[in-house]
Design a protein around this ligand. Structure first.
Ligand code: ZN
Length: 256
């Protein structure tokens, strides 16, 4: 069973998208599939809705998954990414208008090699399947397991070495190389506060960002369905079949 099927996104319910945009029924299906899921499975649901092959999206580099999420987000909501952040120094609330370019860092590259002393390690980018596999392990064990999974070969003076026998310095170098070779997987924003001059970096999580927007849209939509279904006895599908403009008029008539 693929991670996506486990996540509950059933694409046989009808097309999720038309011309790359989520339909209202698609938005509700994606919302339902992502609700109550952990961050990785939710990101997979969004990446699949964004055009990723549902059977293969868990095996993409995490950065590629995030690209799919960002592309869907841009198609549905446009290139502007309004953000509200709090300065960690003076607590001023800052309103930012980021663009897709601000949170785009370039594609992951395929496999790579690092060398440290007598050690030589080949590795590939981290995928969502790797994250799911180590998700519930304690932090240090998860890190070691994750690094072990992405190793494709490790040698010391030319002789094979098990991942568990690699020294901490090699694992640290590997962790740094993984981040450098898949920059889209971990976007960091350089921020500065115009009030107090404080500068800091903040992570940007494309899937969490899009999820917050979809969640708000889905809840508004379901509220409208509730009001119109109650007033007219329509089914959910019948309410959604009424276009947004006519639906808005009916809502105004019902709610006065
Ligand atoms: Zn400040």
């Amino acid at each position: 069973m693929s991670a996506l099927t486990e996540a509950g996104l059933h694409t046989d319910a009808g097309p999720l998208t038309e011309a790359g945009l989520l339909t209202e029924a698609g938005l509700l299906a994606v919302w339902e599939a992502g609700r109550g899921q952990d961050a990785v499975r939710r990101a997979l649901v969004l990446a699949a809705a964004g055009g990723g092959d549902p059977s293969a999206v868990a095996d993409l580099a995490v950065g590629r998954r995030e690209e799919l999420v960002l592309a869907l987000r841009e198609r549905c909501f446009g290139p502007g990414l309004p953000c509200a952040v709090t300065c960690p120094s003076c607590r001023t609330e800052l309103e930012l208008e980021l663009t897709a370019a601000d949170v785009t860092a370039g594609p992951a590259s395929g496999s790579h090699r690092i060398q440290l002393g007598c050690y030589e390690v080949d590795f590939r980018p981290i995928t969502s399947r790797d994250l799911l596999a180590v998700g519930s392990s304690p932090r240090d064990a998860a890190r070691r397991a994750l690094l072990g999974r992405v190793l494709t070969s490790a040698t010391a003076d030319g002789a094979p070495v098990a991942a568990g026998d690699l020294p901490a310095a090699v694992l640290d170098t590997l962790a740094g190389a993984l981040a450098a070779h898949d920059p889209q997987a971990d976007i960091r924003l350089d921020l500065d506060c115009p009030d107090c001059g404080h500068t800091w970096t903040s992570p940007f999580d494309a899937a969490a960002y899009l999820w917050a927007e979809l969640d708000a849209h889905a809840r508004r939509l379901l509220h409208d369905v509730h009001v119109l279904a109650t007033a007219y006895g329509w089914s959910e599908a019948e309410v959604l079949a009424v276009g947004p403009e006519r639906r808005q008029l009916y809502l105004e008539l019902v709610t006065g």
